[in-house]
Design a protein around this ligand. Structure first.
Ligand SMILES: [Zn+2]
Length: 305
């Protein structure tokens, strides 16, 4: 990647020494998003070393960087952030890196949907506009957004390492083609479901971007926070909605109080439709982005049919 020209002539005889140095030279990336970790690995290929600091299955709303994570961030040339105010620990990263690394909040460059801020969450309240709305951070649940994110990451890698431009372009092209095929599959799968059945009741309001892409209406059990319990009134209203809309299945996260879950299912007649990957990559099906999307879309469509 880096050739010190002055040395080339003097090393002509010992040219064998040049190669190992080049091979070890990779661009260090620290990623605070599981989806961006995958994108960086696919687009960067052999030219990058990606430290995925938010790990698969970890709740990005609850995540706090450990001292070891901050050390890795300080060591990186590029820091990938989800953006849209998801990282509430930016000051810690800033402190650790001293602003030396290029910091890229990918989500901030993507179109924003708004959502109601959770009134019990001090951080959400702070970021909210006068109408109590905040940016919905869950942009990765739209495949189209992940395609845009791939282009953003590609262009940043090229900016930081122009020598490997063709490889980055080639890798991105391959990954984008996969995402495009995935999006087409998702559209066909959702088309199996009549429009009036595209009603999504979930315990974690994370699927607005998916709903927009594929024509679902969302009935949320609670706001963006995974910490607080929904109010009795909200639960009663939701049970009413589920009955009126004749929704066959609801989708929950295991963080929701099981008592609330039982109350909703027994009183509305809807069954549990299965669990979804709301907050990025996880175990099993969700260990790749493609697997995550296929799991979420299939689970939703099959349960509502
Ligand atoms: Zn979330």
């Amino acid at each position: 990647m880096i050739i010190v020209r002055g040395l080339v002539a003097s090393l002509l005889i010992g040219a064998a020494f040049v190669r190992p140095v080049q091979a070890a030279e990779t661009l260090k990336i620290a990623s605070f998003s599981t989806v961006l970790t995958e994108i960086a690995q696919r687009v960067g290929g052999a030219h990058v070393t990606v430290a995925g600091l938010v790990r698969p299955g970890q709740d990005p709303h609850e995540y706090q960087p450990t001292p070891a994570d901050l050390e890795q961030a300080a060591d990186a040339k590029l820091i990938l952030l989800s953006g849209k105010h998801l990282e509430h620990y930016l000051d810690k990263i800033q402190q650790a890196t001293g602003g030396k690394a290029e910091s890229l909040a990918v989500g901030d460059a993507l179109p924003t949907l708004k959502m109601q801020a959770d009134p019990d969450e001090p951080q959400a309240k702070e970021a909210a506009d006068p109408n109590g709305m905040i940016d919905d951070p869950h942009w990765w649940n739209s495949v189209a957004n992940v395609e845009r994110a791939t282009v953003i990451v590609r262009d940043t890698l090229i900016k930081l390492d122009q020598a490997d431009r063709t490889d980055y372009e080639e890798n991105a092209k391959t990954y984008l083609a996969k995402l495009d095929a995935l999006n087409n599959w998702a559209k066909r799968k959702v088309a199996e479901l009549p429009r009036d059945k595209r009603k999504l009741v979930t315990s974690h309001d994370a699927f607005q971007y998916l709903a927009r892409d594929y024509g679902f209406k969302i009935y949320a059990i609670e706001g963006v926070s995974t910490e607080t319990e929904p109010s009795d009134r909200h639960v009663a209203e939701l049970i009413d909605d589920i009955k009126k809309q004749q929704v066959k299945a609801i989708f929950l996260e295991n963080t929701l109080n099981p008592k609330v879950t039982r109350e909703i299912t027994s009183e509305s007649g809807a069954r549990i439709g299965g669990s979804l990957y709301a907050d990025g990559l996880g175990d099993g099906d969700g260990s790749t982005y493609e697997g995550l999307v296929r799991h979420n879309i299939s689970t939703i469509v099959d349960a509502l049919q």
